[in-house]
Each structure stands twice: as C-alpha cells, then as structure tokens.
Design a protein around this ligand. Structure first.
Ligand code: SAM
Length: 234
C-alpha cells in the first residue's frame, strides 16, 4: 500500500541548519518554535481543546535528508559513531519512510490576520520542517518510567561549559529584544558539544560556526570549555 499524506503545517524554528540541533526534543529547553498551520487545516476548530495539554507529539518529515535514502544499518552518534545497529533500533533520520516523531512543549495557540499557529518549546526541528500529524501527549499512556532505554538509557549530560568573550556579549545585546532567550539558547546548544564524534577528546583549534535565527554564532572548544567568540548577522 502507498499513502498520500498531507503537510498540515510548517515549523518555524531558530535552527536554520542541521548542525547543532539536539538529537532529541527536551535537551535544549529554550529552543522555541512556531508550527504554522496550512489551509485547509488553519481553522481554529482543529485546535479546540488542545490548550488543556502541556505537550504534543509531532509526526514530521525529515525533509532535508530524505533524498539521501536509507540503509539497513546505521552508526548512532550515541555509540561513538563507529558501531552499527539496525535502522529500526535507532532514531536515525535515514529511514525507509523519512518520518520523525518528537514530543514538544505546548506554550499556546496564536491567531492573527487569518493565520493560525501553535507556540512550541524544547524542539529538535529544523526550520521549514513539514509536520504531518499533531497529537496530545497523554502521560498515563505515553510515560513509561521503567522502560529500558537500550544504548540511550538516559539524557546525555552536556559536556561543555559555555562562556562568551566581551565582544560576543556586546554583539549579543541588540538581538535580545527580538529573541530574549538567545543567550540561553546559544549556551544550551553549544553545551552539548555539536561537533562530530571523531573531533571529541582531542585538541581542536578549529573555529566553528552555527546558524541560529539569522545569526552566525562562532565558537571554539577546548574541552570542557566552549568560548563564543562572535555573534554576527548571517
Ligand atoms: N525526535 C525525532 C525522532 O526521534 O524521530 C528526531 C530524532 S533525529 C535523531 C534528530 C535530528 O534530526 C536532529 O539532530 C536534526 O539534525 C535532524 N532534523 C531535524 N529536523 C530535520 C528535518 N526537517 N530534516 C532532516 N533532519 C532533521
């Protein structure tokens, strides 16, 4: 069987590239996003009652990687990027059907000038991600505290302490009006150490850049420290 599945809405998030997006929702709490509903789903009736729930499940399409297809086995970063396991034993983006599933915070519903959206938090979603289903998170059924977590038994502890140079602090200031959570977002994102696994545990003199909102955030890592050196328009 083949199915036609429609895009219900599009994610607007600060993550403009895959690099540095957390591997699961909930790891970067300050990552706020908006899910803008598309016609014919942009009618308030479809959301009636949703604000009673604190969290939602989103099913979405890994639109940026889907053209690369899939493999029967993958190397999860959680296993250091060397060991192979079956694709269905992972949350890899490279799956036969490129569908993702994330539980996110629901902060509210917005409606203005004919547009309808959901305000979300703690997302792991790229800007522009197409969402194909929205469901409330139901704690009694969805929370299983005694479940076995395989090779990912618990949330990783952020390995880095993030600080800003005085120049970066200055450059940050004007953006706080539009994005009050920006400082926290940069800190939480970089604290996870977004570098590829092979770069970790060795001296690293490279300067990295990550795009958050319309900004290029530049940083260097000398474990366990991460120093933000510049925050500039992208
Ligand atoms: N929570 C989801 C799941 O379990 O299905 C996603 C897990 S996947 C390991 C998380 C990664 O997906 C992020 O680190 C980001 O790089 C990537 N990602 C997020 N949105 C994407 C998109 N629209 N297209 C391709 N990759 C995306």
């Amino acid at each position: 069987m083949k199915f036609d599945i429609d895009t219900l809405g599009i994610i607007r998030s600060p993550y403009k590239e895959k690099f540095a997006i957390p591997r699961q929702p909930g790891l970067v709490k300050s990552a706020r996003a908006r899910l803008e509903l598309r016609p014919p789903y942009d009618q308030p009736d479809v959301l009636r009652g949703i604000e009673q729930f604190s969290h939602l499940w989103l099913s979405f399409v890994f639109h940026q990687t889907m053209a690369q297809g899939w493999h029967p086995t993958v190397r999860p970063p959680r296993l250091g990027g060397n060991e192979r396991v079956g694709v269905f034993a992972t949350r890899s983006t490279f799956r036969p059907n490129p569908l993702g599933l994330s539980v996110v915070e629901l902060h509210g519903v917005g409606r203005e000038r004919g547009k309808l959206w959901l305000d979300l938090g703690a997302v792991d979603l790229l800007d522009g991600t197409p969402v194909v289903d929205i469901k409330p998170y139901i704690p009694y059924a969805d929370s299983l505290p005694h479940a076995r977590g395989g090779f990912a038994p618990e949330a990783p502890t952020p390995p880095l302490a993030v600080s800003f140079t005085p120049e970066a602090e200055q450059q940050l200031m004007p953006w706080l009006k539009a994005h009050p959570e920006l400082r926290q977002l940069v800190s939480e994102v970089l604290a996870q150490d977004p570098r590829p696994a092979y770069k970790k545990g060795k001296p690293d003199d490279k300067e990295y850049g990550v795009r958050l909102f319309d900004l290029n955030v530049r940083f260097r890592i000398s474990e366990p420290d991460c120093l933000v050196s510049a925050i500039e328009p992208a």
